[in-house]
Design a protein around this ligand. Sequence first.
Ligand code: ADP
Ligand code: MG
Length: 396
Amino acid sequence: MKTIKNTNFKGKKVLVRCDFNVPVKEGRITDDTRIRESLPTIEKLLSDGAAVILMSHLGRPSGTGFEAEFSLAPVAARLGELLGKPVRFTNDVFTEVTVSLSRDLQAGEVLLLENLRFIKGETKGDEAFASYLASLGNVYVNDAFGTAHRAHASTAIIAKFFPDDKYFGFLMAHEISNLEKLLHSAEHPYTAVIGGSKVSSKIDVLKNLSDKVDALLVGGGMAFTFVKAMGGKVGNSLVEEDKLDLAKEILADFGKKGVKLLLPKDSLCANRFDNEAERKVFPTMEIPDGWMGMDIGPEAVAEFEAVLNTSRSVLWNGPLGVFEMPNFSEGTLQIGRCLGKVTENGGYTAVGGGDSVAAVNRLGLAKGLSYVSTGGGAMLEYLEGKTLPGVAAIED
Ligand code: ADP
Ligand code: MG
């Protein structure tokens, strides 16, 4: 893998694509995790004696110029605090001012460009825009895993202008090596825990994992499509009626390959979709009308834990229940704690997915796991076995 680790960038002007897509409310950053995660790469380049030009997007502006709510100005300020040095900021992307600020940037200095998505060419993967960005520096580093599944100007197209001077940053390298391990060299027994709302968003992940894991534990809303496909009664639980045949196919495929597939034996159910609803545990195959499965039940937790306790590698994607409601977060919490114990005992545990990572952070479980992915969509596509444009562009 071509990472920045073993190269010295003294005297270079390095363009770094970061993922500074942080939540901002009324001009204030509410979670700076993504900025802090970019520090190792930026600090390495600065300590080598490079001038560093940072590029990112934030949110989904319309692509027709400046929109205050999507400005990266708060990121420049916060990054300056974290680096302990001023971060220069361009109030635009595609003008002479940007060009001259980049040209005059000295070794050890940092410049952040304004939100690239203010220019339509960014998300269109426009070659002329990529070529303009490339002209600002002489080395390209991609450290934005969260957008690696997009073939945008700054994430993929730009790389062709640096055939011999393109690298992965530390964050990207970390993500790729963990995902490669999950796909190709995980120690066995290897268990996948897959939950979340819909089976339709996880089909390709399930298909790709069926050759790799020894056991699959299914929870969350998607379990009920499988349960119904097997002839169970799911009451008012979330079901994708048009995915019943597919669920049968997946069950058959796992069966044929001899992979153990467990559905939750029991479910904590509610009489309406509300934290304050009445609660009752039913066998998952026999949920009465008027009740919906909101979390895995205590027997399911115990059965899942027994499998996890003997696993050497675990991949977790998808909350096991409606974790946003405290009364239905217990299953997710228990399984997360169990993974903490697996890690303590020397096992390897990985979690990814936008909501899964939010759940793990909210429930205070992140520290106990081996690897928490920063990329939701990008991680899922990688696990589906797809080639990510942002990764391929550096590896080519
Ligand atoms: P990720 O973003 O980690 O890939 P998903 O987007 O697939 O995860 O699913 C997360 C959502 O699934 C959460 O909002 C959670 O409330 C929902 N969910 C989990 N269990 C259930 C359930 N039993 N019924 C309805 N929704 C559920
Ligand atoms: Mg999600």
